[in-house]
Design a protein around this ligand. Structure first.
Ligand SMILES: *[C@@H]1O[C@H](CO)[C@@H](O)[C@H](O)[C@H]1NC(C)=O
Ligand SMILES: *[C@@H]1O[C@H](CO)[C@@H](O)[C@H](O)[C@H]1NC(C)=O
Ligand SMILES: *[C@@H]1O[C@H](CO)[C@@H](O)[C@H](O)[C@H]1NC(C)=O
Length: 268
């Protein structure tokens, strides 16, 4: 009886265990994390020409011992970021931070410029470029995090709770890229669906509250300092809720009030 139950249980547990282990996550590490943020102006430091969620995210790190740097580049695409030398700097930094004893994570978020017709980057090329960046990160013994692109805060007239879904295709392409396991190592990429989370949030709070985060009154793409903190918190929470980020809690300061406001869909 016991034997039969054990066999039945084992038979049940094999497929469950296999599916749970099919996507191995970065191991929980006693090393502090180093975060390198790669992307365009919607990740970048606040400046006259851009500003994203990056610095807001980094503001939540318990640094030191954690560490982070914002390498977002205004106007960048998945092509220009590599051709212009930003990517070589990122990979050099990965090696350096690994050597210093950190567990290294690299966020990658593009789409706002890749989608511009004059860039001539097809969606399939965009997908391949993102997957290649992720696999390069893995080849440097670091952990890639692909993020779907932060929503723009552009609303059709008379639709304050229905922002234009202008990055729909880039979101799907990013999801597809994250699903491509590294052919060399079989390692997997963490996906954070920032596009869906940010679109849902701005639709819930409405256009007027969403525009309070604008870098400049008429700039519905870039974030001011507080907008960076709010959407940086959203990224931190998406990461902490992800399978890969489940051990990062000790390194990321909470702000329960802010997290709750985002979850409740009320202006922060
Ligand atoms: C890469 O790093 C070098 C050395 O710090 C710096 O001079 C250069 O501007 C960086 N390149 C880019 C594209 O940021
Ligand atoms: C756009 O990219 C395609 C594929 O790489 C290339 O064949 C074509 O010449 C490019 N067009 C322009 C206008 O650059
Ligand atoms: C947490 O977020 C709230 C807004 O939700 C803000 O007023 C407060 O200053 C933040 N606290 C810290 C310690 O940053």
């Amino acid at each position: 009886m016991v034997t039969i139950n054990a066999i039945a249980l084992a038979a049940l547990q094999v497929p469950l265990a296999t599916s749970a282990e099919a996507k191995p996550c970065p191991p929980c590490s006693p090393k502090p994390p180093a975060f390198i943020l790669a992307g365009d102006s919607t990740t970048a430091v606040q400046s006259a020409g851009g500003g994203g969620w990056g610095n807001g995210f980094l503001s939540f790190l318990r640094a030191p011992p954690a560490w982070g740097v914002n390498k977002g580049h205004n106007g960048a695409t998945t092509v220009s970021f590599v051709q212009g030398g930003d990517w070589a700097n990122v990979t050099e930094l990965i090696d350096q931070k690994n050597a210093e004893g950190f567990q290294v994570w690299v966020t990658v978020q593009f789409g706002h410029n890749d989608q511009k017709p004059d860039k001539n980057i097809s969606l399939s090329q965009f997908t391949t470029n993102l997957a290649t960046l992720a696999h390069t990160i893995q080849s440097h013994q670091a952990h890639p995090i692909l993020l779907t692109p932060l929503t723009r805060r552009s609303f059709p007239a008379d639709s304050p709770h229905s922002a234009k879904d202008t990055l729909h295709n880039e979101r799907l392409a990013t999801i597809a890229a994250a699903a491509r396991d590294d052919p060399a190592t079989g390692a997997t990429t963490t996906l954070l669906d920032l596009n869906a989370a940010s679109l849902e949030y701005v639709n819930r709070i409405g256009s007027e509250a969403a525009h309070a985060y604008n870098l400049k009154p008429d700039d519905e793409t870039h974030l001011d300092d507080w907008g960076s903190v709010v959407f940086g918190r959203m990224v931190a929470d998406l990461l902490l809720e992800s399978e890969a980020g489940k051990c990062l809690g000790p390194w990321i300061r909470p702000n329960a009030t802010l997290s709750q406001a985002i979850r409740d869909g009320v202006p922060a």
